[in-house]
Design a protein around this ligand. Structure first.
Ligand code: ACO
Length: 375
């Protein structure tokens, strides 16, 4: 049997995430994602994804304190983030930093507790790395706002150097919840594939960040941001889309391997979030472009099973939050690391080396010709 793109292939049993295509719902550990986005926090959702249940008050406080204690990464990581060339892509800096976090640590203990602790250290340090690099390339010193409350507030504060408004911090928090997990996507599969060799959590997450980079996966949130920027005016949406399609190009922020019969369920939350930020700023330009894109592209391409995905509105929300366009992508990683770690921990409970096979379609029986006789 041959499954191009592994479409429809089941690689593991899971209790982490369920996507109910029929009813347009996503569940993390049995909880409706829309309810989590409304009522929960990224820290609580991360605890839920990793440990399988909602924490009690004290457990959550302890978990938040553990994360906060690791926000400032070891000196060699802080130096790496600061000294990467300004022309580097932030996602590449983050990938290298995650890999370098393994340095100097005894990695022989592969127990769930040890791997969870590594996942926690990576999760905690990612915002600082991304923010420190972004500031350094603009000639600014890194900021470590120890008094920041949530992970989301810390990230925005470290990035901008000043405290975000509660509404902005909450918008980032919701984005981190929404992006945190999405079943057996390419980067989660990559993490699990690496973990199945019994390589450590740093190796698995480094590989997952690499997978996220591609424009068919997480990189689409950068392309979507460039698209809305390039369009710039709601009146230009139709012309821009027609031109792209005429050139045979794909529209970023549209299409999904799973959602062929309707839009991504997460869009409901993100559309509202984007509108709320637009209203707060009195600037509806970007949300209007996204809504027009949504209507126009869907009308053109729904027959092919193409609907908007999360990256369309993520681009709008990140724009309202003032993120540099290329920081959209590592922001996705800052969130999705929660899902990667959960999948690695779950897979290891019944680990089996991932080693698919392939169908050979090349020639056989060729005779070796010495190089002098090849012309
Ligand atoms: N714009 C225009 N046409 C599209 C788009 C799009 N965004 N996406 C798919 N199509 C077309 C394809 O060209 C193809 O047309 P054809 O049958 O005439 O050749 C048809 O729709 C089916 O496309 P597939 O490639 O088979 O769909 P697949 O399920 O493999 O791809 C993918 C899903 C990769 C996400 C694709 O829709 C895409 O490239 N989208 C743009 C990038 C993007 O937004 N990625 C983010 C995905 S979500 C995430 O990872 C966070």
């Amino acid at each position: 049997m041959y499954f191009p793109g592994l479409e429809g292939v089941v690689v593991k049993e899971t209790k982490i995430c369920y996507i109910d295509l029929e009813n347009s719902k996503i569940y993390y550990r049995g909880y409706d994602l829309e309810e989590l986005a409304r009522l929960s926090t990224f820290e609580e959702v991360t605890y839920l994804l990793w440990l399988g249940r909602l924490p009690g008050r004290r457990e959550l406080e302890e978990f938040k304190a553990r994360l906060a204690a690791h926000r400032l990464p070891p000196p060699h990581i802080a130096t790496l983030a600061k000294s990467a060339p300004p022309s580097a892509e932030p996602i590449d800096v983050l990938r290298t930093a995650v890999s370098a976090m393994a340095w100097g640590e005894d990695l022989s203990d592969k127990s769930p507790e040890a791997e969870l602790q590594r996942g926690l250290k990576i999760t905690a340090a990612m915002p600082y790395v991304v923010a420190a690099f972004d500031r350094a390339r603009r000639g600014q010193e890194p900021v470590h706002p120890a008094e920041a409350g949530s992970h989301a507030e810390y990230f925005l504060w470290a990035l901008r150097g000043e405290r975000p408004s509660p509404r902005e911090a909450r918008a980032m928090d919701v984005m981190l919840i929404i992006y945190a997990e999405h079943s057996m996507n390419n980067s989660a599969f990559t993490a699990v594939t690496v973990a199945s060799t019994l390589a450590d959590m740093y190796a698995a997450v480094t590989a997952a960040v690499a997978s996220l980079k591609g424009p068919l996966h997480g990189g689409a949130n950068v392309d979507a941001a460039k698209m809305i920027e390039e369009i710039g005016d709601v009146k230009k949406v139709e012309g821009w889309v027609d031109e792209q399609l005429a050139k045979g190009r794909r529209i970023p922020g549209f299409g999904h391997r799973l959602y062929k019969k309707g839009p991504d369920p997460r869009l409901r939350v993100l559309r509202e979030l984007a509108k709320g930020l637009a209203a707060e700023r009195g600037d509806f330009r970007w949300v209007e472009i996204a809504e027009r894109l949504e209507d126009y592209v869907t009308a053109k391409l729904a027959a092919k099973g193409i609907y908007p995905n999360t990256d369309l509105y993520a681009a709008v929300i990140f724009r309202y939050l003032g993120l540099p366009v290329d920081v959209n992508l590592p922001t996705f990683a800052i969130s999705r690391v929660a899902g990667w770690v959960a999948h690695v921990l779950e897979y290891r409970q019944a680990n089996r080396l991932i080693r698919p096979t392939e169908k050979y379609v090349g020639p056989l029986g060729l005779r070796y010709t010495p190089i002098d006789a090849r012309g």
